[in-house]
Ligand binder design. Structure first.
Ligand code: AMP
Ligand code: MG
Length: 378
């Protein structure tokens, strides 16, 4: 077990514990943002036959005078022309045999013949070519390409099923009446949304109270690929996630050199990987952004690394990377950043009022005008 690791080290340690990776077949309409599980080869040439790139006439480039003898449209078998003949042709219609050029409709039948207005069989892809690769994200364009290549269904990585468990005696579901000392439970909702955003299936569990037994029973009852808990990982008397993982789980790291978000832990509970996120709402969000998401879904970065010029001073943290919430915008072609709200790790509003975070190296503060690394969130 390692303690007080860097963000990079935390990610490396988590990556040593493999996540399940089985394959399922989905139709193209279910394929958006899925991760391709195998290379895909084209079942056909693209295009499958020579065809016209323009509306006009299919002609012989050597003819000087042409006579129209027919019409051809997309979706029909190829016709044929002889000396001096032309065929009206629509975009996508197969080139008639004997024709080697297209005259554009705008130029009239005796206009200039273009040999380059023909889309040649296989000029985009040859049958058997690999054009989609294992581990790539199925974007809308990739989905169209899979269809062009003749695939009705494709193999993708199964979505990871991730249990989300908030711990704490003070936590009440939003909507219920709050009694003294209670607060609304918010972390599990945000974390479930984050999981959806990166292509996982969130399994939201009801709040677990601060007892060893309750927590143990809950963890034992889960059927999932990974577990995310929130709360109960610091030094407190009732921080039972940490205690249980120390005593009965297999702990790989505890505490990361970041602020907010200091006390997360990672390990396995009876073989299932478990991330213990801190309870403070900003902390749990930022640990998810910085470590959990890159581990679960490296293909879905939740932010973009940028450099920003600070318009307000921001204070760093001794020995820790400091993630202050900032609002990033463009000014005179440069990215600039301001801060607006209270920066406490309990203030989730700071994550809504801003669109980024500083990534200040340990022991580094920034003055107004300084250029600093940041993460632009989307
Ligand atoms: P803990 O890490 O359990 O000591 O919690 C740290 C702080 O975060 C406490 O003020 C908790 O009340 C708060 N907190 C813990 N879990 C949640 C949650 N799921 N939603 C909102 N606040 C939480
Ligand atoms: Mg707690």
């Amino acid at each position: 077990m390692e303690t007080f690791v860097t963000i990079e080290r935390a990610l490396t340690i988590a990556q040593h514990t493999p996540l399940q990776s089985s394959t399922e077949w989905v139709t193209l309409n279910q394929a958006h943002n899925r991760i391709l599980a195998e290379d895909l080869t084209s079942k056909v040439n693209d295009p499958p036959f020579d065809n016209s790139a323009m509306d006009g006439w299919a002609v012989r480039s050597t003819d000087e005078i042409r006579v129209e003898v027919g019409v051809t449209a997309a979706g029909t078998p190829p016709l044929e022309i002889k000396l001096g003949e032309a065929i009206r042709i629509m975009t996508g219609a197969p080139m008639p045999e004997g024709a080697d050029a297209i005259v554009m409709i705008e130029d009239g039948l005796q206009g200039k013949a273009h040999t380059n207005f023909i889309r040649r069989c296989g000029e985009n892809l040859r049958q058997g070519d690999t054009a989609l690769f294992t581990n790539q994200v199925m974007t809308p364009a990739a989905i169209s390409l899979a269809a062009t290549m003749g695939h009705a269904t494709i193999p993708v990585c199964k979505k990871l099923r991730v249990a989300v468990i908030s711990t704490g005696d003070e936590l009440i579901p939003p909507g219920d009446e709050l009694n003294e000392g209670q607060i609304y439970e918010s972390n599990s909702y945000g974390i479930c949304a984050l999981l959806e955003k990166i292509g996982c299936i969130p399994l939201q569990h009801e709040v677990v109270n601060d007892t060893m037994e309750g927590l143990r029973n809950t963890l034992d009852s889960l059927d999932c690929d990974a577990i995310l808990t929130s709360g109960g990982v610091s030094m407190g008397e009732f921080d039972y996630v940490r205690k249980l993982m120390e005593e009965e789980g297999d702990l790989h790291f505890w505490k990361v050199a970041m602020r907010p978000g200091g006390p997360p832990l990672f390990g396995t509970w009876k073989g299932t990987p478990l991330f213990g996120l801190p309870g403070n709402p900003v902390s749990s969000h930022l640990v998810f952004l910085m470590i959990v998401a890159p581990w679960l879904a490296p293909k879905f970065p939740l932010g973009k690394e940028v450099n920003v010029r600070m318009k307000d001073p921001v204070k760093g943290a001794p020995g820790k990377v400091c993630l202050r919430r900032i609002q990033i915008s463009t000014e005179n072609g440069e990215l600039v950043a301001t801060t607006h709200t209270h920066q406490g790790s309990g203030n989730i509003h700071s994550m809504v009022a801003h669109n980024g975070v500083t990534v200040l190296p340990p022991d580094t503060s920034a003055n107004t005008g300084d250029m600093i690394p940041a993460l632009w969130l989307h």
